[in-house]
Ligand binder design. Sequence first.
Ligand code: BYC
Length: 318
Amino acid sequence: MELDINKLENDFQARIDAGENIEPKSWMPEKYRKTHIRQISQHGHSEIVGMLPEGNWITRAPSLRRKVGLLAKVQDEAGHGLYLYSAAETLGISRDELFHQLHTGKAKYSSIFNYPTLSWADIGAIGWLVDGAAIINQVMLTRTSYGPYARAMVRICKEESFHQRQGYEMMLTLCAGTPAQKEMAQDALNRFWWPSIMMFGPRDEESPHTEQAMKWKIKLKTNDELRQQFIDITVPQAEILGLTIPDPDLKWNEETGHYDHGPIDWDEFWQVVKGNGRCNKERLGARVKAWDDGEWVRDAAMAFAEKKEKSKEAKKAS
Ligand code: BYC
């Protein structure tokens, strides 16, 4: 039996090494399945919780055009959450269980959504930085080894790209506006810069999952590699805006061909991940309330489905 497992594991690794996709009905090690349930569901939860800080500004968008853009973006995030939950379900976990894990704090969601959105410029900064960071991580995931996750990422990346552009265009408009508008944009960058670069996760040497995730091609690049890629792309964009990145140590390094950056406050990151960020309680509270408020809808849908099933059976019997 042990030999069989070894052979199965070796064959599985050979498929991954050959660049094949793993599909729901393929044999897979239990740890591969569990790792994917963890990552895909946390990704889905991030999309759903991510609707909250932005949804907060829909009724206060400064024009109809901005409102339509923001509404579309928030609806897209809901869609991303649903594709991801469906991808997680292919691994044999129910949606009820996924929600239960979120509501009881067992499953995480991205640290970035535990920061408040204090001004309209934050909506621009989120599109530019948070969706910008998400794209860098997710373009990699379009080539991840689990087929349903990789395929969901293709569509999600297209939509994230629109989100990033609308956020950057919002920042361009604010920076070309009055001094007060430019100040709002700078303030949003000051508050969202460090949390955005923390989104990529802990440093490689403190990331317990990276080594195995690279072996299984769940990750094709490490947290630090993606973080550096994001910084290298984003610094010139801030220069075009005429904004200053709040890192006095940030400078171009001719030798490495990358920007060097100052120290990241990892204590803040872990505090937020552990539930002690500024908005953790509020965000989780909103999701639990939505679940509780929706109970009658779920009950009604189940009662309708049961009634339909019974009348089908009665017809068959007659
Ligand atoms: N926040 O060994 P590591 C979006 C946890 S949403 C919270 O590096 P891994 C968007 C990690 O879960 C963007 N927790 O783990 C939506 C692990 O704890 P557990 C979300 C974090 O999984 C709306 C522990 O730290 N994107 O796009 O190999 C509007 C050790 O970390 C975070 C995804 O979810 C964090 N930032 O790598 C706009 C992408 N980072 O689970 C935009 C898919 C780490 O053992 N996910 N942790 O309890 C991934 O690519 C990977 O899961 C991560 C972490 C890079 C995030």
